[in-house]
Structures are given as C-alpha cells and as structure tokens.
Design a binder for this molecule. Structure first.
Ligand SMILES: C[S@@+](CC[C@H](N)C(=O)[O-])C[C@H]1O[C@@H](n2cnc3c(N)ncnc32)[C@H](O)[C@@H]1O
Length: 293
C-alpha cells in the first residue's frame, strides 16, 4: 500500500501552511511560555560575548526567547523560519522593530529537501530518502542561503517539527520511516555545524517527552524533574530520535564538533500539554586545535 501522504509540486506550500496554522495556535503564548523562555534566554545570554552573532532557527512567534534581553548582549541576531511572516508579526507585537541589530531572514526551509522534492515531478519515498542521505548537499544549500557562519546557532523546538513534517509526508509505519528519521536528524546536526563558526557553539533545544505519555510531568516540581526524566528515559519514554544520549553521539560523530554537553531538563507549558525539554550545547572544532578523544 502506498503510504506517502502528500504528492506533487506543492509539499513546501502545504508544510508552510501547517507551520503557519500551528504558529497561529500559539500566537498568544507569551505569558504561558515565561518559565521556558527564561531558561532558553538565560542559556543563550550565558554563551554570549558582545562581538557574537546569533542565529535562531525555528524563531516562529519568538515566544520562547526574549529578544529584548538578547539584543544587548549580541552584535547581531538573525531569525530564521519557514514562516517568516510569523517572525515579523512577533517583532511587531513585541514592539521591537526599532532594535536594529535584529533581522528577519526570508522564509527558509532549513531541512533543505523540500525545495529539492518539489523539483521531483513524481515525489516518492525513495527520492526523499536519497535527498536526505546526501549528507552535504541539503546542508550546503541552506548554509549558503543564510548569512553564516555565526558564533552561536540555536535551534528552538524545531527538530521535533522537522520530524513531524516527515510524518506529514510518510506514515510512521512505512518501511523506510526510521531511515528518514535518522537522516533528518543527522541533516539538522550537520546544518548546525555548517552554520557555526570555528570555536563557536550550537545549542539544540529539544523536547524529551510530554504529559501525554507521562501525566506525572504536570505536577512534578523542577527540583524532582531530573529524576523523573532519568526514569522515563530508562523506560524508553522519549520522542523517537530525541534521546539525549543518541543526540550527543550524533554530534560527536560530526567531525565539526569537539565537545557536546546536555543541560538539566526544565518544563515547557505548550497550550494544554507540558513538555520536558533540555538543550544540547556543542562546541565547533577549531582547525588548529587537535581533536579530543
Ligand atoms: C515549535 S515552533 C518553535 C517555537 C517558536 N520559537 C515560538 O516561540 O513560537 C517550531 C518552528 O519551526 C518552524 N519550522 C518548521 N519546519 C520548518 C522548516 N522546514 N524550516 C524552517 N522552519 C521550520 C515552524 O514554522 C515553527 O515556527
């Protein structure tokens, strides 16, 4: 049975529409996201030096980082999303158009394969996998589209959306689904590496699991969150592909990175659902520095 759900030339339009609809749903989440936003903003501020340029991938409604606190500590901030309209509207809503070190880049598909798949007259799973597996091609193309390299590159809640996008195209029961999953995650880590300058840092903010699979998360205080996360991860309760150990291993496999660490988890209240989230911070190798084992 054919399990590819979308066909034809307009996958990118359909996925842009899906992103746009989701962004509409969380438009007014500024208050709700406050504790999550504090964690994201604090981590990015800690990494900043005044000459650094920051690139935020998956900026969307800009509810999960505080640009008013980030703008003074970075030389420049570039905001990237497939739905660049959501980003522009967020700057209007937050009244920060006057901060001239913030730029909204044109709508960009950071996965790099959507544009390629739209050039394929007969979209099929094999061509998708082939495109995803071309390790460098989609990465170089996206890196060229953006204005890197950046000293700090942050990906905020984006990787799970990229995985979701694949799900819009291919049923998770498809025989090649797990290959596609691995390829999209590897592409994202390669992109982070490609966009980060030597000695710079990439910060991958990802969800671990949600209150859908662990109701206890709603009531768990921050002080007990690490223990709960360890227990759930040991039980295998995590989004497929977003297990921290697997993600660290993938960073280490990318010769561009020399060190990767994972932060303590925190909670993100997303509409009626709570997520446990964390960040993976990786340092880009400097060519003159010998690689550590
Ligand atoms: C969960 S949201 C992140 C939250 C967002 N920073 C906010 O505060 O609203 C993920 C974002 O990724 C964007 N996105 C999804 N697929 C993308 C793609 N292929 N390329 C670029 N951005 C994408 C969506 O438009 C959305 O804005």
């Amino acid at each position: 049975m054919d399990q590819v759900k979308l066909r034809g030339d307009s996958e990118i339009d359909k996925l842009t529409q899906i992103c746009h609809q989701r962004n509409q749903q969380s438009l007014d989440a500024w208050e709700l996201y406050a504790p999550h936003r504090d964690s994201v903003t604090l981590l990015l501020r800690k990494l900043a030096t005044p000459t650094d340029r920051l690139c935020i991938l998956g900026a969307g409604n800009c509810n999960d980082f505080d640009l008013k606190l980030l703008a003074p500590v970075f030389q420049q901030i570039d905001l990237v999303d497939l739905d660049s309209q959501a980003v522009s509207h967020a700057l209007d809503r937050q009244g920060i158009k006057q901060l001239n070190n913030i730029r909204v880049l044109p709508s960009t598909d950071v996965s790099g394969w959507l544009a390629q798949s739209t050039n394929t007259p007969q979209f099929d799973m094999d061509s998708l996998i082939l495109t995803l597996n071309e390790k460098q091609a989609p990465v170089d193309q996206v890196v060229q589209q953006l204005s890197g390299p950046y000293e700090i590159v942050a990906s905020v809640g984006l990787l799970s959306q990229l995985i979701d996008s694949i799900q819009e195209l291919v049923a998770p029961t498809h025989i090649l689904w797990s290959i596609a999953l691995k390829a999209i995650i590897a592409q994202h880590i390669n992109l982070l590496s490609g966009l980060t300058s030597e000695g710079g840092k990439s910060v991958l903010f990802t969800e671990l699991f949600s209150s859908d699979s662990c109701e206890e998360l709603f009531e768990t205080p921050d002080s007990a969150l690490s223990r709960l996360c360890r227990r759930e991860l040991d039980r295998g309760n995590h989004y497929k592909g977003l297990n921290p150990a697997e993600l660290r291993a993938l960073h280490s496999k990318n010769s561009g990175f020399r060190h990767v660490s994972t932060t303590m988890p925190w909670k993100w209240q997303y509409l009626s659902r709570t997520y446990a989230v964390c960040a993976h911070v990786a340092t880009k190798h400097r060519k003159e520095t010998p690689l550590e084992n």
